[in-house]
Design a binder for this molecule. Structure first.
Ligand SMILES: [Zn+2]
Length: 253
């Protein structure tokens, strides 16, 4: 692909050949955040721009806050893979993908520098305003692909984004004791938990059995919304945080 004018004014352009048309000319209504999971920014950029990799994203945010655009927003970048949110499975057609340079879990979850997060906030605000994207549709890759993906990880500062008006967030309820549900449990409370997660958007079967899938979705939820403890066990802090998020959704009426 030849070069193109960036959609975000502050972006440099490094075209990636890995893209196609958005299905049904979808306008993006999700912003999907990733970490690269690589310690070398240059290696990550090379991967995202080489045809063999078959992966790309619309944007790449360096640790120092520089932003690179790799695919025009009008086109479908290849970052989400097999994924699901609120009944939709072609998340690439519906989203703007942002890769954030960070070593991630393989590197022991390094902090995201302030300059990088400031750039992510500015980029999300710009895309969000241009497309009218709802706050609750600024998501983690792990939200749309639980178990399979863990990025951008539990160290990603969703609370800081929320302070800047980006994303849907409530202060997580503190981890404490109390009743909890875990793998192997079954019954109405498990069904209620599954229903709440499904209503929020996660891909979860409402069976009343605390399955491997349920455990994975609970862990994905914790990674984004209750990052102090990511263990896939639905303790009261997890359930109360989920309940508070749901009741603060604009579509919850
Ligand atoms: Zn990802």
């Amino acid at each position: 692909m030849t070069s193109f004018a960036p959609d975000f004014r502050a972006a440099d352009v490094l075209p990636s050949p890995n893209h196609g048309a958005r299905a049904d000319d979808c306008r993006p209504d999700i912003i999907l955040l990733h970490y690269t999971g690589m310690t070398s920014e240059q290696a990550a950029l090379k991967l995202l721009s080489s045809e063999e990799s078959q992966v790309s994203s619309h944007y790449f945010v360096h640790e120092d806050g520089r932003v690179v655009q790799m695919v025009p927003e009008a086109l479908r970048a290849w970052h989400a893979g097999k994924s699901f949110w609120c009944g939709e499975t072609d998340i690439n057609s519906r989203s703007i993908g942002i890769e954030i340079a960070n070593g991630g879990h393989p590197a022991g979850l390094p902090d995201f520098p302030d300059a990088q997060i400031a750039a992510v906030i500015e980029l999300c605000r710009d895309c969000g305003q241009r497309y009218g994207i709802a706050p609750e549709r600024v998501l983690a890759h792990s939200d749309v692909a639980p178990v399979r993906k863990v990025d951008p990880g539990e160290k990603f500062p969703w609370g800081k984004l929320a302070e800047a008006g980006i994303g849907h967030w409530v202060e997580p309820v503190a981890v404490s004791g109390g009743r909890f549900f875990q793998r192997g449990d079954q019954g109405q409370p498990v069904e209620a938990l599954q229903s709440m997660l499904s209503f929020y958007g996660y891909n979860i079967d409402i069976t009343g059995e605390y399955s491997e899938q349920t455990e994975g979705v609970v862990a994905a939820f914790q990674r984004h919304f209750r990052p102090a403890l990511v263990d896939g066990i639905a303790d009261s802090s997890t359930i109360q945080t989920l309940h508070a998020l749901l009741t603060s959704l604009p579509r919850f009426d």
